[in-house]
Design a protein around this ligand. Structure first.
Ligand code: AQP
Length: 329
């Protein structure tokens, strides 16, 4: 039987090249052999403050980008997390099984809350909701980046805890480490991850950036002192990051890129990288605009949510029965 895969992206900004290379490109491959659930995780996005109009726009935009990148909504389940209410309900139940100490140890919470005067409780219990997202479909595999490994470990513990207390029920999910999909770093600091919520738009390539903006951002990207186009993340984080992007988007290996630019300065390499990116993103953008203007997204998301809801409702009913909730007759 095909294994179940679950993943999601937060509509917390305009998707970046990091989201594409690190997540969406792999989603497209995974759907060939697995039963996939690809959500737009809007309930997670509101763990930090979101402007309502921006949340609505970003939500549609993420869904349309999934499709434009090649996720087939007939083969995969594509939907908004908030359209499947069972996520929130199981999220609460799982929260009650989670210890404060477990949440306090989560490094993402520490990172995202550090230096803030006021932090919402939602950001603290985020990993319990993420666990519910995964367990509600009994997902076998969860594509995770480095930063999410700790959350998946917690999900595995929580699944085991439920099974121990209430009888074998949840599948204990495994991390899926993609073969490809480098961690893409910020264009203004090669030691920080490229993030859609970075206040400096020059730090990321948005998937919907127009060609001239893409070219300009690459030409202005910070580069290490020195001249050689050599892949060495420890001593040359910025040029190494640009080389990774080049490799991911051109299909060339890092060695082929180093050979091509041997003895040349950064300028020519960056100019070519701008063109490689434009050639990668232009067709995606064209499809994206076709999907947005076709008006088909509403029905696609409704269908995806309905299919997901059917699975989620069964799991939730099983959970409630095992825990002793009085059924509605
Ligand atoms: N820079 C990146 N390189 C590789 N993969 C990345 N991902 C995100 N940034 C990079 C992958 O995208 C997926 C979804 O991410 P998310 O939106 O749920 O949350 P995130 O990882 O926190 O992404 P951002 O862009 O940094 O969002 P904000 O700024 O809102 O926190 C994940 O699979 C992630 O690995």
């Amino acid at each position: 039987m095909a294994k179940k895969v679950l993943s999601g992206i937060q509509p917390s900004g305009s998707l970046t090249l990091g989201n594409y290379i690190g997540a969406i490109k792999n989603f497209v491959k995974l759907q060939e052999e697995h039963e996939c659930y690809f959500m737009v995780v809007d309930l997670h996005a509101i763990t930090v403050s979101q402007d309502p109009a921006a949340l609505r726009e970003n939500s549609e935009s993420v869904a349309a980008l999934y499709l434009a990148a090649g996720i087939d909504p007939v083969v995969s389940n594509v939907y908004m997390q908030s359209h499947v209410q069972q996520h929130a309900e199981l999220g609460w139940i799982i929260t009650t099984l989670t210890a404060m100490g477990e949440l306090e140890r989560m490094t993402q919470f520490k990172d995202k809350s550090s230096g803030k005067d006021s932090v919402g409780a939602g950001l603290f219990v985020y990993p319990s909701l993420m666990a519910a997202d995964i367990l509600i479909y009994n997902a076998d595999l969860v594509p995770v980046g480095e930063d999410q490994k700790q959350h998946l470990e917690l999900t595995r513990d929580l699944a085991g805890r439920f099974n121990h207390r209430f009888g074998e029920f949840f599948t204990v999910p495994e991390p899926y480490i993609p073969e490809v999909g480098a961690r893409i770093m910020s264009l203004d600091d090669g030691t920080k991850k490229m993030s859609k919520s970075n206040p400096n738009p020059g730090s990321y390539i948005a998937l919907l950036d127009p060609p001239d903006v893409i070219r300009k951002k690459i030409s202005r990207a910070t580069t290490d002192s020195g001249r050689e186009v050599i892949f060495d993340p420890a001593t040359k984080p910025e040029i190494s990051n640009l080389m990774s992007i080049y490799a991911e988007c051109s299909g060339m290996t890092l060695q082929q890129i180093a050979d091509r630019y041997e003895g040349q300065m950064y300028g020519g390499f960056k100019k070519d990288l701008g063109e490689v990116l434009v050639a990668t993103l232009e067709p995606l953008q064209q499809k994206y605009h076709e999907i947005r203007s076709s008006g088909a997204l509403t029905d696609i998301l409704a269908e995806g949510a309905e299919r997901a809801r059917n699975v989620a409702a069964q799991t939730l009913a099983g959970v409630k029965e095992r825990m002793g909730f009085l059924p509605l007759r």
